[in-house]
Design a protein around this ligand. Structure first.
Ligand code: PLP
Length: 387
């Protein structure tokens, strides 16, 4: 099968694997035990990883808290801030209708806990602009959460523009799980969010690993989710997974060094993919922003009216892709909440598929995948015509 689901998870980079392997074999100590050399060596791995992850988004080193992944980071950002928001009488939160489930799920729970949440609807291209966020702000708003890059359609959100319209004092969070490694995502370029969610396995690192950037000036306002033996500067309990951390650090460093090359390669692959598909499928619709400056180079979200993602999943057993989003994807198809929000209709949301590729994808794979998709679509259309 051809792997076209890099948005769901990326393969481990062999250079990341090498670092993890060395760490697992040789440095098994507990980083909390800084009283002997075994603990010190583990701690050194974590210190280095913290620096590498911080450098990747141009953040101060001590602002990075390691977590078990972007889902935990989002939960920590959202639930961790609630007591503070309550204490200052701010009971309203603004987010977007196109966030990942790991933001929307906590938001639903937060609503049950007495907060109100506004979900800003996107433009048809998936973008949420500054004035659209501004329109949702009330005197009670204390927190705004907007993703960096949409995981389904690849639209990049204008975070600096959004930040510029927020009244002072509002805490600004961004889920950048898909953004890092797929665009220039530094704090400076993205409106200096106060909280940023990062994931390791979207950037060729190990699964079960992520981080939350917490700006030093709001650190006192964020409560940990896990209590016990406190690590991570008192922000999280539980022994840090040294080897996962070391792998994440190495993966982040590779993003830092190789981003421009990665982006150029992905853009070329995307262009090739589209050229093949567009040449043969006249009805092809491309979901997301059309301007290369505002979309990911590694995601192609498409549909052909009349063909469901369920039909395509059945017709393409040798192509690993997602019916829009990987999370909760089943082979019985999927209605994407993102496409529904963008189009205001169920049918496009039932027809869309996400093809996502990356560092290890070859031109040959793109050409073969395009041929497989074209074949499947034409066969389905013929069957529909005959019925
Ligand atoms: N946020 C976004 C935008 C994602 O795409 C994902 C994963 O698909 C997550 C959060 C969750 O990441 P993790 O698997 O690290 O918990």
């Amino acid at each position: 099968p051809i792997y076209m689901d890099y948005g769901a998870s990326t393969p481990l980079d062999p250079r990341v694997h090498a670092v993890m392997d060395d760490c697992m074999r040789n440095d098994f100590g507990n980083a909390g035990a800084r009283v002997h050399s075994f603990g010190m060596k583990a701690a050194a791995h974590i210190d280095l990883a913290r620096e590498q992850v911080a450098d990747c988004i141009a953040a101060p080193k001590d602002s990075i808290v390691f977590t078990s992944g972007a889902t935990e980071s989002n939960n920590m950002a959202l639930f961790g801030v609630l007591d503070y928001l309550r204490s200052i009488g701010k009971t309203h939160i603004v987010t977007t209708a196109v966030e990942h489930k790991s933001v929307l799920g906590p938001m639903a729970e937060i609503e049950k806990r007495g907060f109100t949440v506004s979900y800003v609807q996107p433009k048809p291209c998936g973008m949420v602009e500054g004035d659209m966020v501004a329109a949702a702000i009330t005197p009670q708003t204390g927190f705004v959460s907007v993703q960096g890059l949409n995981n389904e359609v690849g639209t990049i959100q204008p975070l600096a523009e959004i930040r510029a319209v927020l009244p002072a004092g509002i805490i600004f969070h961004s889920d950048a799980a898909q953004a890092v490694g797929k665009m220039n995502f530094t704090l400076d370029q993205c409106g200096h969010p106060d909280l940023v969610t990062l994931s390791s396995h979207k950037i060729y690192g190990p699964k079960g690993m992520g981080a939350l950037y917490i700006a030093p000036h709001i650190r006192a306002h964020i409560k940990p989710l896990l209590f016990g033996s406190m690590y991570e500067g008192g922000m999280r309990a539980g022994t840090v997974a040294t080897e996962l951390c070391a792998g994440f650090g190495q993966a982040a460093e590779l993003v830092h060094i190789e981003l421009a090359d990665d982006l150029a390669k992905m853009e070329a692959l995307r262009t090739l993919f589209l050229k093949k598909l567009k040449g043969t499928l006249p009805d092809l619709v491309i979901n997301g922003h059309s301007d290369a400056a505002w979309r990911a180079a590694n995601i192609l979200n498409i549909r052909v009216p009349g063909i469901t993602n369920e039909d395509l999943l059945a017709a393409l057993p040798d192509l690993a892709f997602s019916p829009s989003s990987a999370c909760n994807a089943t082979r019985t198809g999927h209605i994407s909440h993102v496409i529904r929000a963008m189009t205001g209709a169920d049918q496009p949301a039932r027809e869309s598929i996400r093809l996502s590729f990356g560092r290890f994808t070859t031109e040959m794979e793109i050409v073969r995948a395009a041929d497989m998709i074209i074949n499947a679509m034409q066969t389905i259309q013929k069957m529909q015509g005959a019925a």
